[in-house]
Design a protein around this ligand. Structure first.
Ligand code: FE2
Length: 447
């Protein structure tokens, strides 16, 4: 009997031991899973939230369009007037002054993961050069710290939505590419910078286009989008409104001259697939395909079937600078640093246009032109090739003289682009932006 009790006791102790070990293992496993989940959530959270395919599907959906549209309108109500904007700037100056610029780099590294999906013409090359333009403007202006910091972010990130939405559906979609860009910046940057500064930056991104008339959009439902307020003004001796203006001017610093030429070809060729419309000036829309595509391949100044050729388009942009009756360019005179940079770019455009009639220049062949265009764009091969197929179809319709004219033009574009990258470094040297600018130029060189 005693033996039986001893055995029962041994078995009971054994079972208890197994249970205890099992419990410890389960607790350890639970802790391990929790820690790993936390780490994944903490460091990879953004990838889960912003998976590129998921984002594209969401932005395209009726539900996504309405959520982004309503979020944008709420942002407009909270930030899009001088009183609210100024209050936000003043309330966030201290936070902006204490903000480490290294965190700007962190945010932009995060955005680069999405920028690689941006479409040809509005691509990662544009994104990176926008960053450089925003830095040049940031260095060259006086203003409140919160206003300037928001401008740096907004100027850099203003087109990020082109990674997930069709660029040429702004006339149709309730949520334009600017809305999607602002919303995406908000999603990614919310925990990476002061809330008020991010609100200013997101509003500036939302307002970076240059429409001046109400837009009657139709998808997923009829919705009127009103133009956005985005003025510079002087308050107690300090210019205010820089976030809005840096977003617009950074865009224009890349949408001019040499880079405009390359981007115009690529965005139009890519746009054939989207078959949408683009804002030609303040409130005129043009289709992205048809005769418009024929016109951009004419190696001349002037018009073809009433559409400006590529080089004429670049010249027209030059003419629009300092246009006092334009909400887009009306305040250029308040930003001398913008004038200096664009003067450099238009001197490059003069040399590019002169190549049309300079027969001493050895033309690039079509393979070399493709290398130049791909280098300036940086778009993923899958989307670049789609645009390039369209380019080749139009190219084959040109005669030898026309192809040679473009070959000479692109020889100069190739040379001047390298000089442009050097110019970014020169202008930002010996400024707080120098390390970031060097990093961006290195990325542009290697793309
Ligand atoms: Fe844009």
């Amino acid at each position: 009997m005693n033996e039986l009790w001893i055995w029962l006791l041994i078995v009971a102790v054994f079972v208890l031991l197994i249970c205890a070990v099992g419990a410890i293992c389960l607790i350890a496993l639970g802790c391990g899973v929790s820690v790993v989940s936390y780490l994944i959530f903490r460091y990879k959270k953004r990838s889960f939230k912003m998976d590129e395919k998921f984002m594209k599907a969401y932005v395209k959906s009726a539900a996504g369009q309405i959520v982004i549209r309503d979020w944008s309108e709420d942002l407009r109500n909270r930030v899009g007037n001088p009183d609210a904007y100024l209050k936000l700037v003043l309330d966030n100056n201290a936070a902006a002054m204490a903000f480490d610029l290294f965190k700007v780099e962190q945010l932009m590294d995060t955005l680069e993961d999405y920028a690689k999906f941006m479409s040809p013409g509005h691509d990662i090359g544009h994104f990176r050069r926008d960053g450089l333009s925003a830095m040049i403007l940031f260095n060259g202006i006086n203003g409140h710290p919160a206003d300037k910091l928001a401008g740096l972010i907004a100027g850099w990130a203003h087109d990020i939505g082109n990674a997930m939405t069709a660029r040429y559906q702004d006339k149709v979609n309730n949520a334009s590419h600017a809305s999607v860009s602002a919303w995406a910046l908000n999603m990614l940057g919310r925990n990476m910078m002061p809330d008020g500064v991010l609100d200013l930056a997101c509003y500036a991104v939302l307002a970076h286009g240059h429409m001046v008339a109400t837009l009657n959009t139709t998808f997923p439902e009829p919705f009127k989008v009103e133009p956005y307020w985005a003025d510079l003004w002087v308050n107690e001796g300090v210019v205010v409104g820089w976030a809005n203006q840096i977003a617009r001017k950074a865009d224009r610093m890349d949408t001019c001259a040499l880079t405009q030429l390359a981007r115009h070809f690529l965005s139009r060729c890519h746009g054939v697939e989207e078959a949408g419309e683009d804002l030609a000036d303040a409130n005129t829309w043009v289709t992205t395909g048809g005769d418009g595509l024929k016109a951009i391949f004419k190696p001349t100044l002037g018009k073809f079937k009433n559409v400006p050729t590529t080089l004429q388009h670049c010249r027209n942009y030059e003419g629009s600078y300092q246009a006092f009756n334009s909400p887009y360019a009306g305040q250029d005179y308040m930003v001398p640093v913008f004038g200096r940079f664009t003067t450099y770019k238009f001197s490059q455009l003069d040399r590019i246009v002169a190549a049309l009639r300079d027969f001493n220049i050895t033309p690039l062949d079509i393979t070399e032109i493709k290398v130049v265009m791909s280098h300036i764009s940086g778009a993923l091969p899958s989307s670049f090739e789609q645009a390039w197929e369209v380019f080749l179809i139009e190219w084959e319709l040109l005669n030898d003289d026309e192809q040679n004219a473009w070959g000479r033009v692109f020889r100069v574009v190739q040379e001047e682009y390298q000089k442009l990258l050097g110019h970014y470094l020169e202008v930002t040297a010996n400024t707080p932006m120098a390390p970031l600018a060097q990093k961006l130029v290195a990325s542009l060189l290697s793309q």
